[in-house]
Every structure is written in structure tokens, then in C-alpha cells.
Design a protein around this ligand. Structure first.
Ligand SMILES: *Cc1c(COP(=O)(O)O)cnc(C)c1O
Length: 403
């Protein structure tokens, strides 16, 4: 967990813009020897000259680190950077995004609790909802993501936790975070939002009313598809509870991964702005292609939730999905012809990636479960990189020629 002191030397004062914070924030306390870059501190434990100094750190009376499963200087700088970009008071990190999701849910829920969420959360999160949480006596109600009245009504029946994800994976539905957070708070629930798709550049769920915001850092925060990680931000008492669970169960972020994530995040604002612009251009173009049956992108005026997206997001993100005339068979012919997209189960990277839900976001689910979640098998999930948008559209065009 982080110390709550705000340093101005490292650019963490709140009058600075996100692009500046992405470069500078959160690093000062972890810089040593005059290094301008956060060092990778590969030390399992940290030594003290005497028991009193050691006790002061152990009891939280002085800053410092004891053991790297709990806290580590490199990992701390990563947590600080995300915390400041999300406008949070505290943050803690995890080995993966799923560790962030599962540790948060298991730390905050107990037998007899009820969770309200949506049908099309990330596939791994859905498995926690339909399998692992019910096993410990937690009731989970998954609502139709397109129906805010239904979600609100389910919350109003009473629940201890509301779990939101927006935009969703892979159909890019948008949830009204302010409205559903207010409904959750009416019944005393904790509101958690997965902000992986939006990134803190495009959206800040805490400012919209959520209590906790989490990320799979593996995606846009990394942006280079070379590190796994997760992070959770929010108010100190909630973060302390989840931190304690992670400290004991042990899904800690590795210092090398933290270093890669810090380095990548320096270009987060640049990358996301380019991905926003590319995705909007490509989504508009796809909507006019005869080979394309449907396009899902919150930035399109025709999108089901465009109004909500316009209200709560500063940019619409780098993720889009589309369906081809000819369904799954057409998808299987077209995807291998893409020259400028890796066919791989990741997203948010500088390189464009394409895939189908059955092999990417919802590989953990059965075909029946995907059907129940409203996820068509013939959907192409397209994670737009930072390449030239014209090149990407020409690449799609030549691939569509076989459809
Ligand atoms: C990938 C992803 C996760 C899980 O993150 P991992 O780092 O793969 O464990 C959670 N939520 C969303 C929205 C994701 O895209």
C-alpha cells in the first residue's frame, strides 16, 4: 500500500495534466543514487540498523519497505503513478489483472453477500461470478448490460457490492458509472469499476462516483504486450483491506514487471490519444464497408450508449469490434489475411491485434456461456494500435476481399 503523502517534486500535485503526470508522477520516493529512472530493486527483504527503526516501518510510523511480497520500491512507484492518474488516495498492485479482480472480490465479500454485475464482464471475471463466488455462498446477479433500468432495479433490491466494467469486452457497451454508483450507494454497496478499456486518460471512475477502480495493467498501461500486472485504486480503508488480502495470499507484482509498466506508462497519454483517433477513424470507415454487418464502437453516434460515453469519457478508446457478413466462416477466412494485426489474445498494445471472443476475452467460457452473455461467435475484436490509420484500413480492405 502507498503512503498518503503527496509529493510535489515528482509532479504529483493535482494541477498538472495527465500527460505530465504519466511521465513524472509517483517516482520521487523510489529514485536512488541520483538516478533519473526508477531502479529495479530486486531484493526480497530490506535491512535495518536496529529493531526500533525496523519497528517504525513495520508499524507504519515511518516510510520504508520490509519484504517484497508486501511492498517494494519499484512496485511502489508504479502504484503511485496509477494512483495519481486515477485521482485516488491509495493504491495497491497485483501480479495480473485477474489477481486484482479476484483479490478485490474475495477480500471484500463474505458468505451471504450479494453482488450485482453485468452479463458481459471480462471472461475471467465472469468465471468468478458464475463459479468461484457462488462456491463460498456469495450470490451474484448478472444483469443485461444494455438495460440500465434492470441493473438499477437489481441494485435497489439490496447488495453489498456493485461490479461495473465500461466499456465492456468485447461488445463495447457502456455503463453509466455515475448513475449506477449512486444507486449502489443508496443501498450501502461498494462500487468497483474495471477501467482497463478506457484507461485513466479517457475516464476516471472515482470522479464519477465509484469507490474502487481497477486495471489489468497488462493491456493499455503496459501498451507493449511484454508485462503482466494489475492495480487497484481508491480510499485508504478499502485499499488497506484488499492490500492485506494480497499481502497474505501473495499475488504480488514483480519488480521487473513494475519497471516495464512504469517505463511504458510514460507514453500512455500519447499512445491512447493515437489509439482513440485511429479507432474512431477505422470505426467510421468500417460502418460503410459492404463486407461488414455491424460495428461496435462507443464513439459512433449510432452506438447504443454513445450519449453515456460522451458524458463520462474524454476519448472513446482503442478497442472496437465488428461482425462480418457471412458470420464465423467469413471471420475464419479474413483474419489470417491481416498483415498488420497479430492474431493473439491480448489488447491495448502499440501493435494492432485481432481475435474472436472464443480465443481471447472469453476463452474461459463455453459456447453456451458466451451465447448467454450475448457475445456472438462471429464477432471480430480489433485492438487498434498506433500504426497509421490509412495503412490499417488498407490492410482490412485487402483481407475483406476474400469474405
Ligand atoms: C485482460 C483483462 C482482465 C484480466 O487481466 P490479466 O492481466 O489478463 O489477468 C480484466 N479485465 C479486463 C477488462 C481485461 O481486458
Amino acid at each position: 500500500m502507498v503512503d498518503m503523502k503527496r509529493s510535489t517534486q515528482d509532479g504529483s500535485s493535482t494541477d498538472l495534466a495527465p500527460a505530465t503526470l504519466a511521465v513524472r508522477a509517483g517516482e520521487q520516493a523510489s529514485l536512488a543514487h541520483g538516478a533519473t529512472q526508477v531502479p529495479i530493486v530486486y531484493s526480497a527483504a530490506f535491512g535495518y540498523p536496529d529493531v526500533d527503526a525496523w519497528l517504525d516501518v513495520a508499524l507504519g510510523r515511518a516510510p520504508g519497505h520490509i519484504y517484497s511480497r508486501n511492498t517494494n520500491p519499484t512496485v511502489h512507484a508504479f502504484e503511485e503513478k496509477v494512483r495519481i492518474l486515477e485521482g485516488a488516495e491509495a493504491a495497491t498492485s497485483f501480479s495480473t489483472g485477474m489477481a486484482a479482480v479476484s483479490n478485490t472480490l474475495f477480500a471484500l465479500l463474505a458468505p451471504g453477500d450479494r453482488v450485482v454485475s453485468i452479463k458481459d464482464t471480462y471472461g475471467g471475471t465472469n468465471q468468478l461470478f458464475v463459479d468461484f463466488l457462488p462456491r463460498i455462498g456469495v450470490r451474484v446477479d448478472l444483469c443485461d448490460t444494455s438495460d440500465h433500468e434492470q441493473i438499477e432495479a437489481a441494485i435497489t433490491e439490496g447488495c453489498s457490492l456493485v461490479y461495473l466494467e465500461s466499456p465492456t469486452n468485447p461488445t463495447l457497451k457502456v455503463m453509466d458509472i455515475a448513475r449506477l454508483s449512486a444507486a449502489g450507494h443508496e443501498v450501502g454497496a461498494i462500487v468497483v469499476a474495471d477501467n482497463t478499456f478506457a484507461t485513466p486518460i479517457n475516464q476516471n471512475p472515482l470522479a464519477l462516483g465509484a469507490d474502487l477502480v481497477l486495471h489489468s495493467a497488462t493491456k493499455f498501461l503496459s501498451g507493449h504486450a511484454d508485462a503482466l500486472g494489475g492495480v487497484l485504486c481508491g480510499a485508504p480503508p478499502l485499499i488497506a483491506k484488499v492490500y492485506h488480502y494480497r499481502e497474505i495470499t501473495g499475488a504480488s507484482l514483480d519488480p521487473m514487471a513494475a519497471y516495464l509498466l512504469i517505463r511504458s506508462m510514460k507514453t500512455l497519454a500519447l499512445r491512447v490519444r493515437q489509439q482513440n483517433a485511429n479507432a474512431l477513424t477505422i470505426a467510421r470507415w468500417l460502418a460503410d464497408q459492404p463486407a461488414v454487418a455491424a460495428v461496435f464502437y462507443p464513439g459512433l453516434e449510432t452506438h447504443l450508449h454513445h450519449d453515456i460515453a460522451a458524458k463520462q469519457m474524454r476519448g472513446y478508446g482503442g478497442m472496437l469490434s465488428f461482425m462480418l457478413e457471412g458470420g464465423f466462416e467469413a471471420v475464419k477466412r479474413v483474419l489470417p489475411r491481416l498483415r498488420l494485426a497479430h492474431l493473439a489474445a491480448n489488447l491495448g498494445a502499440v501493435e494492432t491485434l485481432a481475435g474472436v471472443p472464443a480465443t481471447t476475452s472469453h476463452v474461459e467460457c463455453s459456447a453456451e456461456e458466451r451465447e448467454a452473455m450475448g457475445i456472438p461467435e462471429g464477432l471480430v475484436r480489433y485492438s487498434v494500435g498506433i500504426e497509421d490509420a490509412g495503412d490499417l484500413m488498407r490492410d482490412l480492405e485487402q483481407a475483406f476481399a476474400v469474405a
